[in-house]
Design a protein around this ligand. Structure first.
Ligand SMILES: Cc1cc2nc3c(=O)[nH]c(=O)nc-3n(C[C@H](O)[C@H](O)[C@H](O)COP(=O)(O)OP(=O)(O)OC[C@H]3O[C@@H](n4cnc5c(N)ncnc54)[C@H](O)[C@@H]3O)c2cc1C
Length: 1011
């Protein structure tokens, strides 16, 4: 099979792509005519709203951007899954308590609740008994009513709790519209474990069997109901970097579903997910298409959903058309605009990419949609287009474009959305006389039905229990509630019809959001990153690493330490006089050089520090951010501050450098921490004696080389590679140093503190950043999938060799079994091995000594605690340790930091504050994770915790310079925080300058200022 066509990078200038789309659309869209066509539909929907219009109205009254709308959305996301009554009450009180639902004497919440209760009595017979929770909460009317309201919201979007119920509802809908078709979707989060994937596979199988039993295999597949599947539900590692595994394991799994669907002549469409999965999904799709061609060539129901908001949407359409032609198939293509816009924007910002992978102007997505539609309609021999939209303008434009094209196609809508619009589109055809030209292709089923005034329409119909609909529900609320959304504007009578149907064919010159490099404003450029999911970004890294040898670095002789300190002191005299702007310019130049050399630096990190590719890229970026941040900070704080005082006197406060600093850094961030310490000292005018970790001198030498090349004098920055016990110890004991900045163990920090205290002479500052026994507290409102993701990243990424890493997971007893099972299942899926391979998640620990140390701990833990994961059977020489987790009875059993992929888990019940107290009692204070949907609880727990960095509802590693200043307290360090606005002060001495300006001849300024 020829390789799947490679797509261009998603990160390209938006304006250029839009220009190409408009060129492609030239002459194809007559917008004024399309708008005229859509106008009566819109008017009619506003005059006669469809049954569930209430939801749109609700979102209008409580927009999602308001605290009320946010409260509704948060409740919708979490309330239904909370297993225990006290937490459900706390969550409801938290969300509703902060939102202003009162409107005059008539409380809007009360109205909502009353309406919810009344409606639920009518619509949800027997709902009181569901889960027993409502029974328990009976007395708490508001909570019960809120639950009802949320359930009702869910009901709007879900066709049935199981496939049988959904199909019965579908049949009921078909009584009014016989040609209505359905594509069923099994709700749920993506699989995190192999067992989850197995459950989804079974659910899809059963659904296809049920659909198969109800359809007529003899009729064209377009006329039958079908199924939509998510590949992320069918494999726990459906990710670009797991390509080989995905092709080997996922493709056969999906093939069983395709075969089943093909035999019954049922359509099967693969949903579109995140941008970083696009290439992989295309490859999976082509592999399956090849099998369809070989084994089920008569089947015309295999399809893929494509998102128009992606900057490479048009190329994607072309790639799918090419696949169809290559394999001689007719494929289905569902064109959507895309549902994960906010998440894509965030990811691009986090990764520091040059552009966004999605359009940033809504009308650019609309333009792309029409361009893709045109390309699909032009490929009628190979593609059956399925236009999924609730936008009247988009639908009308497509109808006009299709006119005379001869293409056979259908429209699609989501269950619970767009009913009014399609009622009008379907109904308008005979009345307007336009039916015979709707599709203009009488020989095809779509066209034939259109000619009869029955435009084919398929409803995407989610199926699942309440608990499984939450993520889907939130997507729909976001979609309905967004100001730019057509359905939102349609529900708002204040939006005039001209505005609603304004032409989208108006390109905007600049993105609507600052591009990721400008995330931090004009003062500091964000570091440039890479998306490892994109092959053309990944390949230069792998190539740079392939032939790379780690250069040897000559060790520093112990007896040379005094002379080195002398040189640093001598260099200080001139470096301090270099203006801060010039020093900052040198650091910025180094930052640019590091960015340019990212592949080589990342390759060195892989080879010398055994870090995985994702970690390496993040580390180079962090070093770059430190350089730029401290450059800007030094310029900010080293300006003299004028102070008020009596007339005739000039008073100013200024920050001056202290002298020669000793910077001692660890092997776990051999570039970022090493560079950060040095950059802070140099930026403020100090000179540096840099002692890297013994295990990682080559990467340190490379950083020093770049700093020298950019203009730091050799004597102002010296590299002293050697053992901590000798070279490090000699440095901190050496008279004449001005201070020490150290990152490493608490024990070594203490030794340094004692050495400094023992020095005669000046009292020296020490900045120490040490380890922690970092906890994550999870209450029963948390989403297990999100918790599992956060735990895996925090505990096992970098083989647990981060001082911020999660060591102690404290889970509420009500969800502990489910969370533990998911964490353990997901941990088993991690790839442990050679860090040079892009798919590796967990590489070896740093050296044999660390490995032995960990093994000793593990032997003890296996005796004292309940192991949750198998020990693995890697040979000791590999230094590989698969993720390990142990359940312990009490927090106090965890006494010391275990620096590796080892997690302790403890269950809790009752007061979460008590859990924080116990964690505080351990004496460390670095990072804390909190997983809860109760905002006031998150705030209260954070306030009570004696830790430096608190992360709510996310992982607890990867602090970003200037965004999450990093550093702890207690046994975890002295502060100030690295990458924060107070850090540089510690490298400076303060000087007040007072000048008597009247000394020579009197107060001229005073005399001149009065008349
Ligand atoms: C049958 C069906 C199947 C679906 N399957 C999928 C699927 O597999 N994968 C998936 O991701 N979605 C899927 N969706 C959801 C779909 O993406 C949204 O329903 C769709 O985007 C709404 O578009 P619209 O034309 O109805 O509304 P409109 O209001 O015209 O468009 C809204 C859309 O515009 C885009 N947008 C909003 N703001 C901006 C902005 N500032 N810049 C650029 N673009 C912006 C977003 O995509 C947003 O959803 C499906 C929808 C349907 C109807």
């Amino acid at each position: 099979m020829p390789p799947t066509q490679r797509l261009p990078s998603p990160y390209r200038p938006e304006a250029e792509i839009v220009a190409r789309h408009l060129e492609f659309l030239q002459g194809a869209v007559d917008w004024p005519l399309a708008a005229a066509r859509a106008r009566p539909w819109v008017e009619a929907v506003r005059r006669h709203p469809p049954p569930f219009w209430a939801m749109e109205r609700l979102l209008k009254e409580y927009p999602i951007g308001s605290s009320e709308g946010l409260a509704l959305m948060r409740l919708a996301e979490a309330l239904l899954r909370v297993p225990d009554a006290p937490t459900a009450i706390a969550l409801t009180a938290d969300q509703l308590g902060r939102a202003e639902f009162e409107s005059g004497s008539d409380s809007a919440l009360a109205r909502l609740s009353d309406a919810a209760i009344a409606m639920s009595k009518k619509l949800l017979p027997g709902a009181e008994h569901e889960g027993g929770l409502l029974g328990k909460l009976g007395a708490r009317t508001v909570v019960a009513a809120t639950l009802r309201a949320v359930q009702l919201l869910g009901r709007q979007f879900v066709l049935g709790q199981d496939i049988g119920e959904a199909m019965r509802h579908a049949d009921a809908d078909r009584r009014a519209l016989p040609l209505l078709r359905f594509s069923y979707d099994m709700l749920g989060e993506g699989a995190r474990t192999d067992a989850d994937a197995g459950h989804y596979l079974e659910a899809y199988r059963q659904a296809i069997a049920a659909i198969a039993a109800a359809v007529d295999p003899a009729q064209p597949v377009e006329a039958n109901d079908g199924i939509s599947i998510k590949l992320s539900a069918l494999h726990p590692r459906y990710e670009a970097l797991q390509r080989e595994r995905v092709l080997e394991e996922l493709v056969p799994r999906v093939w069983t579903l395709c075969e089943q669907a093909a035999r019954a002549n049922v359509g099967l469409t693969i949903d579109a997910e995140e941008v970083d999965r696009l290439e992989l999904s295309l490859e999976v799709f082509e592999a399956l298409a090849a099998r369809v061609a070989a084994e089920q060539p008569q089947w015309r129901g295999f399809g893929l959903a494509l998102q128009a908001y992606q900057t490479r949407a048009l190329e994607l359409v072309q790639a799918v058309v090419a696949i169809a032609r290559r394999h001689g198939l007719r494929l289905m293509c569902r064109l959507v605009k895309g549902a994960y816009w906010d998440a894509e924007i965030k990811r691009a910002q986090e990764l520091g990419l040059a552009h966004y992978p999605v359009f940033t102007h809504k009308q650019h997505t609309d333009i792309a949609y029409l361009a893709c539609a045109r390309a699909l309609l032009q490929a009628a021999d190979a593609i059956y287009p399925q236009f999924a939209t609730h936008n009247a303008g988009t639908a009308a434009a497509i109808l006009r474009m299709a006119q005379g094209s001869g293409a056979n196609f259908e429209f699609q809508r989501l269950h619970g959305m767009g009913e009014g619009l399609y009622r009008e589109i379907l109904g308008s055809a005979p009345a307007t006389g336009a039916a015979s030209t709707l599709n203009g292709h009488p020989a095809t089923p779509g066209a034939a039905s259109a000619a009869a005034g029955q435009m084919p329409l398929r409803v995407y119909a989610p199926v699942g229990r309440h608990r499984d609909l939450l993520a889907y529900l939130v997507r729909r609320l976001l979609e309905n509630g967004a100001n730019s959304s057509f359905v939102h504007q349609l529900a708002d009578d204040a939006v005039g019809i001209d505005e609603l149907l304004a032409s989208p064919l108006r390109p905007q010159p600049a993105p609507s959001l600052a591009l990721p490099p400008q995330l931090y404003g004009a003062g500091r450029r964000n570091s440039r990153g890479l998306d490892l999911a994109v092959p053309e970004m990944r390949e230069p890294l792998l190539a740079a690493c392939a032939g790379l040898q780690v250069p040897a670095v000559a060790p520093f002789e112990l007896q040379q330490v005094p002379a080195a300190v002398q040189r640093a002191r001598a260099a200080f005299a001139s470096w301090r006089t270099v203006p801060v702007e010039a020093r900052a310019a040198i650091l910025r130049q180094t930052a640019a050089a590091m960015e340019d050399q990212l592949p080589r630096l990342a390759g060195l990190l892989v080879k010398e520090a055994f870090k995985t590719w994702g970690d390496c890229v993040a580390e180079v970026r962090e070093a770059v951010d430190f350089l730029r941040y401290y450059a800007a900070e030094a310029e900010r704080i080293q300006q003299p501050v004028l102070l008020p005082g009596p007339t005739g006197e000039h008073n100013e406060l200024r920050l001056t450098p202290r002298g020669a600093w000793v910077c001692i850094s660890p092997w776990n961030f051999p570039l970022a921490i090493f560079t950060g310490q040095i950059a802070a000292a140099l930026a403020t005018g100090n000179t540096v004696l840099a002692k890297p970790a013994e295990q990682t001198p080559a990467i340190a030498a490379e950083a020093v080389r770049l700093l020298h090349a950019a203009g730091v004098p050799r004597e102002a920055l010296q590299l002293l590679h050697g053992p901590g016990e000798t070279v490090g110890a000699a440095l901190v004991a050496q008279p004449g140093i001005a201070g020490v900045v150290f990152t490493g163990s608490t024990q070594v920090a203490r030794t340094i503190q004692r050495a400094l205290a023992a020095q005669d002479g000046p009292l020296l500052p020490l900045i120490a950043e040490t380890g922690g026994i970092n906890a994550m507290i999870v209450d029963s409102t948390a989403l297990p999938e999100q918790v599992a993701d956060a735990v895996l990243q925090s505990a096992f990424r970098s083989a647990g060799q981060r001082c911020s890493a999660l060591r102690l997971l404290c889970v509420h007893a009500g969800i502990a079994d489910a969370v533990i099972e998911m964490v353990a299942g997901a941990a088993r899926e991690l790839a442990v091995g050679d860090p040079a391979l892009p798919g590796t998640d967990v590489g070896p620990v740093i050296d044999g000594e660390a490995y032995e140390h960990l093994q000793r701990h593990l032997r003890r833990l296996r005796r004292e605690a309940r192991p949750l994961l198998p020990p693995g059977d890697f040979p000791p020489a590999s230094r590989l340790l698969p993720p390990q987790a142990f359940e312990v009875e009490r927090i106090s059993q965890v006494r010391e930091e275990i620096f590796g992929p080892v997690l302790h888990v403890v269950r809790w019940d009752g007061d979460p504050q008590a859990v924080i107290d116990e964690a505080n009692a351990l004496g460390y204070g670095l990072t804390l994770g909190i997983q809860t949907r109760i905002d006031s609880r998150a705030q209260a727990l954070a306030a009570r915790a004696d830790v430096g960095n608190v992360y709510v509802n996310r992982n607890m590693i990867g602090a970003v310079v200037g965004v999450q200043p990093f550093g702890g307290q207690g046994l975890s360090g002295t502060g100030p925080k690295a990458g924060g606005p107070h850090y540089l002060y510690r490298f400076c001495a303060e000087q007040t300058l007072t000048i008597n300006t009247t000394a020579a001849g009197g107060n001229v300024a005073l005399l001149a200022s009065v008349s």
